[in-house]
Design a protein around this ligand. Structure first.
Ligand code: C2E
Ligand code: CA
Ligand code: CA
Ligand code: CA
Length: 276
């Protein structure tokens, strides 16, 4: 078992699932990045549409690479899911978000929710809930603020273990939202069975409102579905005033997107909070 920040994990088996050349190189780069603290969480504000105020954020991983500069998740998350490295990286993200949340709180800001992404791959770790529990205890993370964003692929398997992990985490007060909603295969049965607090409408739908009538109807349907199931609904990737207006008119609860702010480093996020 390896240890990062005092958390041990053993899921990764060297040599297993390993693709040749470039990925192999990246794989060892990722270990270095974890050890040397090259990962950073950026924060994208979430705005409540009733008040227009920032009520939360999504934490998004960035890699400050010594040679290549800033690397975005699409260039390292899929590899890390293949190699299993997303497991320790995901634990790091929870640990780091806890530290950041404490700084935000100490600066006098009162956020409702901060979303941290959990990969489907992390659910293959038998100790997921247990390790998360330990991080929460050691960092004294306020579980009322923490929210895990799951994609439908994490829920796809009718796996009891996944449902158990989610159940255990929800018992200690953690909320879950369903990410990229509308692009996967969630069944209504699963939506009702699991403690999901909010649906996040995928950017692919939001980007085509209000011009495409199909996407407009899909967005309306998701908002109604969420509310009928007593869930909140968050639209992702809001870039224009007309998208925002449509979402306000149709009772969407929250938005995030470049129209307000891209994801930014913690210090910049605190400046935005100060100015809000
Ligand atoms: P996601 O969870 O769907 O995150 C939203 C993505 O949309 C982010 O990309 C964000 O920067 C981008 N975005 C937000 N607003 C806008 C907008 O108005 N326009 C456009 N064009 N894009 C917008 P990012 O940060 O590159 O992350 C990509 C994906 O990588 C995330 O998609 C998530 O699936 C994954 N990811 C990021 N951080 C983590 C992490 O800590 N753990 C895991 N498992 N996955 C992560
Ligand atoms: Ca997300
Ligand atoms: Ca998303
Ligand atoms: Ca996405």
């Amino acid at each position: 078992a390896k240890r990062i920040h005092g958390f041990s994990y053993s899921i990764y088996e060297p040599g297993k699932d390993r693709a040749p050349s470039y990925e192999g190189l990246l794989e060892s780069d990722i270990w270095t990045a974890l050890k040397k603290g090259q990962f950073e969480l950026y924060y994208q504000p979430r705005i409540d549409l009733r008040t227009g105020k920032i009520v939360g954020a999504e934490a998004l991983m960035r890699w400050n690479h010594p040679l290549h500069g800033l690397i975005l998740p699409d260039d390292f998350i899929p590899v890390s899911e293949q190699t299993g490295q997303i497991v320790p990286m995901g634990f790091w993200a929870i640990y780091q978000s806890g530290r950041d949340l404490a700084l935000i709180k100490n600066a006098g800001f009162d956020l409702q929710k901060v979303g941290v992404n959990l990969s489907f791959r992390q659910f293959q770790d038998d100790h997921l809930a247990q390790t998360i529990h330990r991080i929460i205890d050691s960092e004294k993370i306020d579980t009322r603020i923490l929210e895990f964003e799951l994609t439908e692929s994490a829920l796809l398997s009718d796996d009891l273990h996944v449902q158990q992990s989610i159940g255990e985490l929800s018992k200690i007060g953690i909320d879950f939202s369903l990410d990229d909603f509308g692009t996967g295969y969630s069944s209504f049965a699963l939506l009702q069975k699991l403690p999901i607090n909010a649906l996040k409408i995928d950017r692919s739908f939001v980007s085509k409102i209000p011009s495409s009538s199909d996407d407009t109807e899909i967005v309306r349907a998701i908002i109604n579905l969420a509310h009928n199931l007593n869930m909140g609904v968050i639209a992702e990737g809001v870039e224009t005033r007309s998208q925002l207006d449509f979402l306000i008119q149709n009772n969407c609860d929250q938005v995030q997107g470049f129209f307000f702010s891209p994801p930014v480093p913690l210090t910049d996020f605190m400046k935005i909070l100060r100015a809000d």
